[in-house]
Design a protein around this ligand. Structure first.
Ligand SMILES: NC(=O)c1ccc[n+]([C@@H]2O[C@H](COP(=O)([O-])OP(=O)(O)OC[C@H]3O[C@@H](n4cnc5c(N)ncnc54)[C@H](OP(=O)(O)O)[C@@H]3O)[C@@H](O)[C@H]2O)c1
Length: 273
């Protein structure tokens, strides 16, 4: 299984699981729990969630999926920017830990940059790490100028939008992070679904006897230091996505994908959802 070394020495799988939209519909809840568990069975043991997702409901789904299996999981959650101050962050973290039925997160991320000074958030994150409530911390949706303003070598990761149709980070941010051995968490690696209908992607998938989702994920996995976190509430799709780890894209496949989804030639503002 392809692994990525986390800055604190942990080994995390390059393919994990997202949870946005989980917990919002009671009728889907059992399917979502089953999907996350199927993912754990497949070794997709990094689970990404956030206090924002379903206003805590996704974290509760994750808690059920992790029941009896916490030790298998590299658990990531995120704090709202308006909760990222020295007084509010510890309270938001305590609420997340309670919903997740655990006493420690493997990584806690600032969801995006808001009004709280980055230095205050970073110092509070570090305080939470020293107190043993989190094992590492990072950020999300920060471009290079924000990362330089943050100026913290102890920031473990930056989670950003990266998929075949959103390749902007390849120009500057990804090399910047790679130079610092900082893993990049690629969110929405399936482009939230519509990307999977693109004729070029469908064509490559057909040639390889794979699905478009598997090709989109194999493309992410071909990038060094990248952890992709696709979301699905369907156990069969989890298994399908997990099999992307066995798919090797050839130089010809990459050339075909580059023609349809050209890599960036200049700096563009970081896209986010
Ligand atoms: N930091 C941030 O600001 C941020 C922003 C966005 C996302 N994220 C994180 O990244 C995770 C992934 O991103 P995302 O949820 O936006 O989008 P995504 O993973 O790119 O796509 C999810 C969509 O693809 C569908 N899907 C999954 N596997 C499939 C397959 N094999 N075939 C066809 N469709 C498939 C899912 O539907 P079903 O569930 O019905 O299968 C869902 O509608 C999120 O869940 C969240 O944890 C973070």
């Amino acid at each position: 299984m392809q692994m990525v070394t986390w800055p604190n020495g942990s080994l995390v799988p390059a393919l994990g699981q997202g949870t946005w939209k989980m917990g919002e519909d009671r009728g889907r809840r059992q399917g979502e729990i089953a999907a996350l568990r199927a993912g754990l069975d497949e070794g997709l043991s990094l689970i990404d969630t956030a206090e924002m997702y379903g206003e805590g409901a996704a974290e509760e789904v994750v808690a059920e999926a992790m029941a009896g299996r916490r030790d298998e999981v590299f658990l990531v959650s995120k704090v709202y920017p308006h909760n990222a101050s020295p007084t509010r962050l510890p309270q938001a973290l305590a609420r997340s830990l309670k919903r997740l039925k655990t006493d420690v997160l493997d990584c806690y991320l600032l969801h995006w940059r808001g009004a709280v000074p980055l230095a205050d958030t970073a110092a509070t994150m570090e305080r939470m790490r020293e107190a043993g409530h989190i094992r590492s911390w990072g950020v999300s949706n920060l471009d290079v100028d924000d990362m330089e303003a943050l100026d913290r070598p102890d920031c473990a990761t930056n989670q950003v939008l990266l998929n075949l149709a959103e390749r902007g980070p390849e120009f500057e941010l990804q090399p910047w992070m790679q130079a610092r051995s900082m893993p990049l968490m690629a969110y929405s690696p399936l482009g939230q679904g519509p990307l999977l209908l693109h004729p070029a992607l469908v064509g490559v998938a057909r040639r390889l006897g794979a699905t478009p989702a598997q090709v989109a994920l194999a493309w992410c996995l071909s990038r060094p230091g990248v952890v992709a976190i696709p979301k699905t509430g369907d156990a069969a799709r989890v298994r399908q996505n997990a099999a992307a780890r066995q798919l090797q894209l050839s130089a010809e496949d990459h050339a075909g994908l580059d023609a349809a989804f050209p890599p960036p030639r200049r700096k563009r503002p970081l896209a986010m959802l």
